[in-house]
Write a protein that binds this ligand. Structure first.
Ligand code: ADP
Ligand code: MG
Length: 697
């Protein structure tokens, strides 16, 4: 039975080199992957719908006679013909259109033949139609039996037809039927929770057996689905715990705390640390004192003061002779961290280097040399930090800022810059607040600290949604604020992360504002500018040399200008709520009363209005994140969709939170020696070859 993983897909019927490549794209390499390629949804072809009772928008099966068929030129584009047929049953008339068709299809669709076709019902110019339905010619006197169960629809990729992938998967299902596969849950556990056994559950999902099962599966309320949801979440939890256990036994840099420089820095700060900041610093120090590798997630709402906490944690590391690396997602942010850290650390005689992609030639060589020799005790930078040419002399502590912007592999790449013999300490920071239960599930390999208190004196930012039509009024009040010495951010967003389009939008706004407010100094930052120019623009804004900073979302993270008091966001509906909250966090940092203006078009849908209202009425990042999760799903909010960190086959972190307690219990049970062999099987089934997931480095 060990051949599930070993057997490549190439030996299956219908899989040539081209199809194998497409399967690989879907993450399918072997028979095991194939079996675990679960249906995305199901279609109901168990019943024939009379044409007279078809509903537009539904996907339905009809059985009818072809009244006429022929090819027509398409309305637009002369070169292409469409195959159009009118079909009818006793109850009505339906048009079928095929824009792409072959000779066989053309021959099949003859006047007088009977067909079954399945597709989405649309209404075009008062007529019902189906475009590209699946068509089967039948003998009406002796019709083929109806499908008894739901038809599974599998996730697929371009060039791999649903029917083809279905047939390929069918072969794995037959193999399961004849050869079986080991059970991956403790039997007692299955009984206790009334879950079906592995094979039965798997068959239910791929081939619902009867109407009753079908109905429950379609509603996602089948025990087979519950079983696999719990199983998949448990597998991920176990993988993370395994990773954590492996890390815990690694040798790690010994960090001696209690040196004098920490106190010196605290004394020199122009503010008092909040209670929450002090508590988190103490938690970090305790990790060092216990001599365990730090693997910690630090959460704190935007503006809660994570940077100084990270900086304080660097001091004992440096005092113990190790280097620290602080990685940020943008050059602007790296540069800002550098300025802060330099200001804090220069008096302590701690040497800092900032390394970004834009560093070239001699300057870059000098920085690399300082990092390699250990002269640079603290290195701040962007993705540039884990490039091949970067070598550390003794990297002991890694800090990742705005971690949701980085993938697991990027974190690992930086981690590999440490010596082979030692696992560096790691602090992972995020301002996207993740509800704790969720954090436990995706970051079960990390400890958790939270700054749950904002520095004193922060005033809530008044948020309003203003229609495009009131732009002129808005510009007046911007002018007034600037004349009183205030500063304004004006952020232009656009669909997709297309920097080019954002740039265009920003440019237009920039020119318009310059025309309307000629007496003010207006600058612009966007991702296409040279780093030097970007820095200069931000710096000028920080120094209050410019009144208005027009920007694309490059300023989203971290930029800190306390004097700025108005944040205007154009087309905010295109951003996630947490992202808007982040942007809003740029203001309300100084003495001025602050405003966040969401500038919207008139024709917003009720749903969008509801979303934006959440921002208007809430100031707590956690609540906003929770609502955002409910509206957009976990993958979007956590930014994990792209990085594949929480890419589940059947579970959904939000929908399935009700199973977390079971997952907890099962994961603990599975960790016992008694279950070590099924644990291995479970991980192979669900995690398999997912790269980096369990890798320690
Ligand atoms: P974030 O958690 O969003 O990264 P930052 O570390 O950028 O927040 O801090 C935001 C601003 O608050 C900075 O100007 C920082 O110097 C300031 N700050 C941090 N801690 C305190 C504090 N305890 N009291 C007053 N201001 C603080
Ligand atoms: Mg920050």
């Amino acid at each position: 039975m060990e051949d599930w993983s070993a057997e490549g897909v190439r030996y299956l019927k219908g899989v040539g080199p081209k199809i194998a490549e497409k399967l690989l794209k879907l993450g399918i390499r072997n028979q095991r992957d194939l079996l675990f390629h679960l249906p995305l949804r199901y279609e109901d072809r168990t019943q024939i719908t009379a044409i007279g009772s078809l509903q537009t928008g539904n996907r339905s099966l009809v059985q009818a006679e072809v009244l006429q068929a022929g090819t027509h030129f398409r309305r637009h584009g002369r070169s292409r013909r469409a195959l159009v047929a009118k079909i009818a049953d006793h109850s009505g008339l339906l048009t079928i259109r095929l824009f792409y068709f072959n000779a066989r299809q053309q021959n099949q669709l003859q006047k007088g033949v009977w067909i079954r076709c399945f597709g989405e019902v649309r209404s075009a110019m008062g007529e019902l139609e189906m475009v590209h339905p699946e068509i089967e010619v039948i003998d009406v006197d002796n019709p083929p039996p109806m499908t008894q169960t739901l038809t599974p629809i599998y996730p697929t990729t371009e060039g791999l037809h649903q029917l083809s992938i279905g047939k390929i998967i069918q072969q794995s299902i037959e193999k399961l039927h004849t050869q079986g596969m080991p059970e991956t849950m403790p039997l007692r556990w299955l009984e206790k929770h009334h879950f079906p056994g592995f094979e039965v559950a798997m068959m239910h999902l791929h081939r619902p057996q009867n109407q009753n099962d079908s109905a429950r599966i379609a509603n996602r309320r089948h025990p087979a689905q519950y079983r696999f949801v719990v199983e998949e979440l448990t597998a991920h939890r176990l993988a993370l715990l395994e990773r954590r256990a492996k890390i815990r036994v690694q040798k790690n840099p010994a960090i001696k705390t209690g040196g004098s420089k920490m106190e010196t820095l605290k004394q020199s700060l122009p503010f008092e640390l909040t209670g929450a900041q002090l508590r988190v610093v103490a938690e970090l120090m305790q990790d060092f004192e216990l001599g365990k590798p730090m693997m910690r997630l630090l959460q704190g709402d935007v503006g809660s003061g994570k940077t100084i906490v990270a900086a304080l944690a660097c001091i004992p590391v440096v005092e113990s002779g190790y280097q620290c690396a602080l990685m940020a997602p943008t050059e602007i942010l790296a540069e800002q961290h550098f300025q802060n850290l330099e200001r804090w650390f220069a008096p302590l005689d701690i040497k800092i280097v900032c390394l970004i992609g834009a560093d070239k030639g001699k300057k870059r060589a000098q920085k690399l040399a300082a990092i390699a020799s250990g002269e640079a005790q603290l290195v701040v930078g962007t993705h540039a930090l884990f490039q091949a040419s970067v070598n550390f002399s003794a990297l002991g502590f890694i800090i990742i800022d705005e971690q949701h912007r980085f993938g697991v592999d990027q974190r690992l790449a930086l981690q590999k810059k440490a010596s082979q013999q030692e696992m560096p300490h790691q602090l992972i920071m995020t301002a996207t607040p993740i509800p704790r239960t969720l954090a436990m599930s995706i970051y079960a390999d990390l400890d958790y600290s939270q700054i749950d208190e904002l520095p004193p004196g922060r005033k809530p930012v008044t948020t309003s949604i203003i229609s495009e039509q009131k732009r002129a009024v808005l510009i007046d009040s911007v002018a007034r604020t600037c004349s009183e010495g205030g500063q304004v951010y004006w952020v232009c967003t656009l669909i997709e992360e297309s920097e080019a389009l954002q740039f265009e939008a920003a440019e237009k706004t920039f020119e318009k504002l310059q025309q309307l407010l000629p007496h003010l100094s207006i600058a612009m930052v966007h991702g296409r500018m040279k780093t030097k120019d970007k820095e200069a623009a931000i710096q000028a804004f920080k120094n209050a040399e410019t009144d208005i900073l027009v920007a694309t979302t490059v300023i989203e993270v971290g930029v800190d200008v306390p004097n700025a008091s108005i944040m205007i966001i154009e087309n905010p509906e295109r951003l996630g709520l947490s992202q808007i909250h982040q942007l809003r966090g740029r203001v309300g940092r100084g003495a001025r009363e602050s405003f966040c203006i969401l500038l919207v078009k008139n024709d917003l849908s009720a749903q969008v209005k509801k979303r934006l209202d959440i921002i208007r009425s809430h100031h707590d990042g956690f609540i906003i994140a929770q609502k955002d999760l409910e509206l957009r799903g976990a993958g979007e909010v956590l930014g994990t969709r792209q990085t594949g960190e929480a890419n589940f086959k059947i579970a959904d972190l939000l929908r399935d939170q009700k199973w977390f307690a079971q997952v907890d219990e099962l994961a603990r049970l599975m960790l016992s020696d008694e279950h070590s062999s099924i644990r291995g099987e479970l991980l192979r089934n669900w995690i398999g070859h997912k790269q980096g997931y369990t890798e320690v480095g």
